[in-house]
Design a protein around this ligand. Sequence first.
Ligand code: PMP
Length: 396
Amino acid sequence: MSIEISAAVFKFDVLRYLCYNIKLSNYERTYFGALYMIYLDNAATAKPCAEAVKAAASCAFGNPSSLHGLGIEAERVISEAKKTILKKLGKEGEIYFTSGATESNNLAVFGTSNALKRRGNRIVTTAIEHPSVAEPMKRLEEQGFEVVRLSPCKYEDFEQALIDAVDEDTILLSFMAVNNETGFITDSKRVYNEVKKKFPRCVVHVDGVQGFCKVPLHADIISLSAHKIHGLKGVGALYKTKETRLLPIVYGGGQQGGLRSGTEPVELIAAFSAAVKAYPDLSEKFALLKEKLVEALAKLPQVTINSRHAVDNIVNFSVAGVRSEIMLHFLEEREIYVSSGSACSRGKVSPVTAALGISAKDADCAVRVSFCGENTVQDVEKLVEGIKDGIKRFRR
Ligand code: PMP
């Protein structure tokens, strides 16, 4: 409570305006930026929390493979981190540390298909996956796998469509629990339970990056990333059940049971674990922030909300007639940081936004706002003020 009050006191407009033209280093931005900037791009990356930074700094530097005391201490840190992540997931099973969710997703997709290719070559996935799943799927197609991609916009009940798409020849079902662009939710519990009931041998992989600590995650394999939950960049995890068989994609010294060779980044892992422990239940806060934002945007006739069936911490909307980058940089001048709401590259429509039912015109003007626990209702008010001013300035 007192932290919130002091943050609000410091978030004076005066301070923010004074800071407009001061060039700050990245370090200053990260640690003092909260005093004046409004950071609403937490789905891209979330500021490392104090607990994570402290854990990384105070972590034993030993190599977990070393036989001396420092190595044993490093090994203990890793095994504690595994327990923490498993507890947060509410699961028993195995945790492997990776360089991030990009690697976890690659390991899940290639590792499963390589392990199961003798049994079949059919894979079911969605048309809204992050490139770290979508690109490996393309490589598998080149190798002769049959990849079926489902688009949410084509189905009333997308979860049922995924369940129905799996057949006895399907070796892998891979989908994201929460989409990074609009926050679209796919209920992994329902899909996992139904698919396993019918086809227990089909491996279910969930990209849990945007869902971790926000929605329940259920699958045989789950990909996680530390920097989306206030850990440090460069570390992720792959959860799997004991029974799920995967082949490695990285070979070397045989660390982590040979599934992921390479010296474990103990400091990053300690920070990941500390961030997981420190992550509070933010569901009420996110619901309030979303409510305030959507309520205010609904009053602007130029704005369309693109997020449907979505988590509360991600709101994607389009401002007709103002292209994403224009609005993004206009807001940036006011120290308000958002993301362009579509992963499209110039002139090309993002297949992800199209599969989510967003028109090319709206995708071109889409803005993604993503909250963290430090954001306040005042932040939302400032954002809405900025959007209104942007509309006045740029819309013809
Ligand atoms: N999956 C999703 C849904 C993501 O949002 C991201 C990060 N943008 C990733 C995977 C990749 O995570 P990392 O940055 O840890 O490689």
